[in-house]
Design a protein around this ligand. Structure first.
Ligand code: PNS
Length: 195
């Protein structure tokens, strides 16, 4: 176990088995690992920050030295405020390397005392990304084995709720009597004001 706090930052939208694998590896070598969810991402997330926070807390309950938090703004500033000694990031394949290298060097430029440590998740997760999981789940495909069961269930719930029809709004002309008939529950009605 290494002395000090490490930050594992990311979007985690949603958390995958690859993320969890990395957290378990990180928890073994750092005194404390803080999994930090970016709050102000430009992307429109599938899961709110509160939903991701809750899922990650449930997933890491067995890892006593792992804490879940959120951050805003520059990651190095957040890491400094937490008195972290390093940043943990995962590299799955060579295709990740270029972006990760760029980010690590930019972070080093911003805060030279902070080191980035890269770890590889288990090879069975080398093709798993949050983006592909979202894509497969949204198209109705199976994501079993790619994400923890809690996340699988949340994905199912999210997709079912996103398929509910939008309530339609109609305007009932003034003076029209519905004669006690009920409207379709997906329709909301607003009575038109008399001219
Ligand atoms: O899971 P992701 O989306 O690959 O994580 C990217 C993340 C959140 C680590 C990165 O975008 C980040 O640190 N953003 C915070 C803003 C920042 O510090 N940007 C400069 C990074 S070089």
């Amino acid at each position: 176990m290494n002395k000090g706090i490490a930050i594992y930052p990311g979007s985690f939208d949603p958390p995958t088995n690859g993320h969890l694998d990395l957290m378990e590896r990180g928890a073994k070598i750092f005194e404390e690992l803080v999994v930090a969810i970016l709050r102000n991402s430009e992307k429109t997330p599938m899961f709110s920050v509160a939903e991701r926070l809750e899922m990650l807390k449930a997933l890491t309950g067995h890892l006593k030295n792992v804490r879940i938090d959120t951050f805003d703004g520059l990651m190095v500033e957040y890491a400094k405020s937490m008195e972290a000694v390093c940043i943990l990031r995962g590299i799955r394949a060579i295709s990740d390397y270029e972006y990760e290298l760029q980010m690590a060097l930019m972070n080093r430029k911003l805060e030279p005392t902070l080191e980035t440590v890269f770890m590889m998740p288990a090879d069975k997760y080398s093709y798993v990304s949050s983006r592909l999981v979202r894509e497969v789940a949204q198209a109705g495909g199976p994501v079993k084995g790619l994400v923890p069961e809690i996340v699988e269930q949340r994905l199912r719930d999210k997709i079912v709720s996103s398929r509910q029809p939008e309530p339609r709004s109609i305007e009932i002309p003034a003076g029209i009597d519905l004669g006690g008939r009920k409207l379709n529950p997906n329709v909301t009605a607003k009575r038109k004001k008399k001219a």
